[in-house]
Design a protein around this ligand. Structure first.
Ligand code: ATP
Length: 321
């Protein structure tokens, strides 16, 4: 393999730059040329591509976002769009492609690879951690740390004013961020898509806590398609219980900032593994880490199989409020 490409697609996640850096340095040291494709699949469609050098990836390991930028690209979901992208790959002589993103990105890449002989390797990069085939995705740890910093701060004011605080975190239909941030932040209750918790359940738990002497409470909520959903919950809870409530929607602050050490290490290891996988002739797989060991997962499993929340953590969070 003489020339490969790399892109970041879908939501950005801290640690993507560490991944790009590792992929570039491992590729160049193996004598493989590596091209950076800008703005995800948009860059393939518009031929927005640049060769990456060692210098290009200097001083980026500590930065959030993606130096290659990202996009959601509806055009790539059409046959014509993927055809244009395939033509660019052919013209550029790119034989292998590293996709850093979520299952949507992998699904698009796999469809394109049905038409042209290009090796596709996926790298799980999303703050939501909702990708089957890896214990953790790049960016998840940083997002959880961002959420617990916010929860710690909110705890001070919640305690002082004897309020119930609803802290809304991201998660894209899954409770990974809420579960980990809720546990690490000592939340009293979680509202996650995996548990069909009703308003009455939240109220009775808060009332029980109050009866036991708790003067304030923190409830961590996974955002739905409509961020701000917590305002409705808070209003209802106040109406039923009479407890004063406030809401904090964390939103996009969870996506930015310097990656944690864990995300830098994960990004680095997976970036290096992706290049190695291409050099070994692998294709159509995602590289991940499961139980501390490197694992290749067929790309189709990433959208066909569902990753479950850790049952032990779910059980513990029910006990430790
Ligand atoms: P995140 O988890 O951060 O949202 P993602 O990779 O799942 O990341 P998506 O927006 O679902 O994010 O996908 C990124 C891009 O991949 C889309 O904008 C589109 O260009 C392409 N894509 C997604 N799904 C498909 C599909 N079914 N067919 C073709 N292309 C797709």
């Amino acid at each position: 393999m003489k020339r490969i490409g790399i892109l970041t697609s879908g939501g950005d996640a801290p640690g993507m730059n560490a991944c790009i850096r590792a992929a570039v340095r491992v590729a160049l040291s193996s004598g493989i040329e590596i091209m950076g494709i800008r703005r995800g699949y948009m860059g393939l469609i518009t031929n927005d591509i640049l060769p990456l050098t060692r210098d290009e990836v200097s001083n980026i390991i500590h930065t959030g976002g993606s130096i290659l930028e990202s996009s959601r690209c509806p055009e790539f979901e059409t046959d014509e769009g993927r055809q244009k992208a395939a033509t660019t790959l052919r013209n550029q002589g790119i034989e292998g492609l590293i996709l850093i993103g979520g299952d949507g990105t992998f699904r698009g890449g796999a469809k394109m690879a049905e038409k042209i002989p290009v090796g596709i390797i996926g790298v799980p990069g999303t703050i939501d951690n909702d990708v089957y085939g890896t214990d953790f995705t790049i960016g998840f740890d940083t997002a959880v740390n961002c959420a617990i910093q916010a929860i710690d701060r909110i705890r001070d004011t919640a305690r002082t004013f004897e309020r119930v605080f609803f802290v809304e975190v991201m998660g894209h239909h899954t409770g990974f961020i809420a579960l980990h941030a809720g546990m690490a932040g000592g939340a009293d209750s979680l509202v996650i898509p995996e548990d069909r918790v009703g308003i009455e359940d939240i109220c009775s738990r808060l009332q029980e806590g109050h009866r036991l002497g708790k003067k304030s409470a923190i409830v961590v909520v996974t955002e739905t398609e409509n961020p701000g959903y917590s305002y409705q919950i808070a209003q209802e809870v106040t109406r039923i219980t009479g407890f004063e409530s406030r809401v904090c929607v964390l939103g996009h602050v969870q996506r930015g900032g310097n990656p944690t050490a864990a995300d830098r290490v994960l990004g680095t290891v997976l970036g290096a593994s992706a290049v190695q996988a291409l050099a070994d002739g692998k294709k159509g797989v995602m590289v991940g880490i499961v139980g501390g060991k490197q694992k290749y997962t067929p790309l189709e499993d990433t959208w066909e199989k569902e990753k479950e929340l850790n049952p032990r953590l779910r059980q513990l969070v029910q006990l430790l409020w």
